[in-house]
Design a protein around this ligand. Structure first.
Ligand SMILES: [Zn+2]
Length: 61
């Protein structure tokens, strides 16, 4: 494997080398951990859902 490539997190917008890939998009460890512990009623969860919808819109455009 080559050196760690940094991907841009779709939540915080920062380039990170560690995180998860969802639908070819990237979410960094920090944001992923935050999401896991975020109640569904909270704004950040809604923001995440919004971001995911943006991805789907882009994929289907
Ligand atoms: Zn992030």
């Amino acid at each position: 494997m080559d050196e760690l490539a940094k991907c841009t997190c779709i939540i915080c917008g920062e380039p990170k080398s560690e995180g998860i890939h969802i639908v070819s998009e990237f979410i960094c460890d920090a944001c992923e951990a935050e999401m896991v512990h975020t109640d569904v009623k909270e704004e950040k969860y809604n923001y995440f859902i919004h971001q995911m919808k943006q991805i789907w819109v882009q994929k289907n455009a």
